[in-house]
Design a protein around this ligand. Structure first.
Ligand SMILES: [Zn+2]
Length: 377
């Protein structure tokens, strides 16, 4: 199946190939291919990147005996090198090339501020669910509070959760992140009342919140991100998946779902797919290469001439003062915060630290020390 045909099929109506398999199979066999935390577009050390991700997807779809859904657990538009030039537009474009069924924003989606986050979400051709991300009391523009999807006779209800730590980790001025457990309890109940047979949380939250969600038991499946763990878990009630990062590994969650009398009965099985074992999809590889070429062009510019050798060999930079180290230190001193037009401030304990992006003192002892210095200054 060609890349464009695969994308078009999904975009035109939530996977025609999926319904074909579902209609013939009873019970329903649903494979969720989950990936998360992917700002790198190319493979590294033979793993990951969009071309390998697409190869995994096509391989799963080619089996033809199941519904396949590709899901993204958040953190995409930053902090790659190219995102410094285009604020992550290339990553949204690449995700648009995959038939990603649903996406939750991660904290990195707010690295460039809420306006950029909303712009990127508006460019997405895939559904974005952000159940606890609010601006002016409403779900952030470009996302929905919940999302439902019919696969054969089964209705899937999705919740999207973004870590409340985003207010400390990114630049989300004016955006609120509602509490994870309360939001989940309320919306899971609503989704079930509205007919969802299975409730699935896309959870870009830390591992502690993941465990709390499992203990809470309000959702059936958790598709996680943020911690970069390669991890699957099932306690007889809740199935949990997180797939490392960068699509180095993609987890296939195979769900068997059937109606027994009036009840929906389901069971999970897990497969960890090592993308090192897949040949990159050529069409996607070509698309990625275009962006790599653009990055190279952005970086291959003359910024000046040096008459001093810039020796960055380990023995030099670790053995004493080095010209390259001085150059980088001077650049940091002259630089500004990448996120916003924020001012830098000098602290004697290290390089300049943006006044708006200092560590939160309640979470980091270093932050508390900095605040104390502020008071003393
Ligand atoms: Zn994250």
């Amino acid at each position: 199946m060609s890349l464009s045909k695969l994308s078009a099929t999904l975009l035109l109506g939530m996977s025609g190939w999926a319904f074909a398999a579902a209609a013939q199979a009873e019970p329903l066999h649903l494979t969720i291919l989950h990936y998360n935390d992917m700002d790198r577009m190319e493979a590294e050390n033979g793993r990951g990147g969009f071309a390998k991700l697409m190869a995994v997807l096509k391989d799963e779809v080619s089996r033809g005996d199941r519904t396949v859904l590709l899901t993204h657990g958040g953190d995409a538009i930053s902090p790659s090198l190219l995102s410094g030039f285009d604020h992550g537009a290339h990553i949204i474009d690449l995700i648009n090339e995959t038939p990603t069924a649903i996406f939750v924003p991660g904290n990195h989606e707010f690295d460039f501020g809420p306006e950029v986050a909303k712009q990127r979400l508006s460019e997405a051709k895939f559904p974005v669910v952000a159940s606890n991300v609010l601006e002016n009391g409403r779900i952030i523009e470009g996302a929905v509070e919940t999302y439902t999807m019919d696969v054969g006779d089964i209705t899937l209800g999705f919740i999207g959760l973004t870590t409340p730590d985003t207010v400390h980790l990114a630049s989300a001025d004016g955006v609120e992140f509602a509490p994870v457990l309360e939001t989940t309890a309320r919306l899971a109940e609503k989704l079930r009342k509205d007919g969802a047979d299975l409730v699935i949380a896309l959870a870009h939250v830390d591992i502690g919140d993941d465990m709390d969600l499992i203990r809470q038991g309000a959702v059936d499946v958790i598709l996680a991100g943020h911690d970069h763990n390669l991890m699957t878990f099932y306690d007889g009630k809740t199935a949990f998946v997180e797939s490392s990062s960068q699509a180095n590994y993609v987890t296939a969650l195979d769900l068997t779902i059937e109606q027994v009398d009036d009840e929906i009965v389901w069971s999970p099985a897990f497969r960890t797919l090592d993308t090192a074992a897949y040949e990159p999809d050529p069409e996607m590889a070509a698309k990625v290469q275009q962006y790599l070429d653009r990055l190279s062009a952005e970086l291959d510019i003359e910024i000046g001439k040096t008459e001093t050798a810039l020796d960055s060999r380990r023995a030099t930079v670790r053995g004493g003062e080095a010209a390259i180290g001085n150059l980088i230190a001077d650049a940091i001193r002259e630089g500004r915060c990448r996120y916003r037009d924020h001012q830098w401030r000098w602290h004697p304990c290290g390089p300049r630290i943006c006044a708006r992006h200092r560590p939160d003192p309640s979470r980091h002892p270093v932050g508390a020390a900095l605040r104390q210095q502020d008071r003393e200054a």
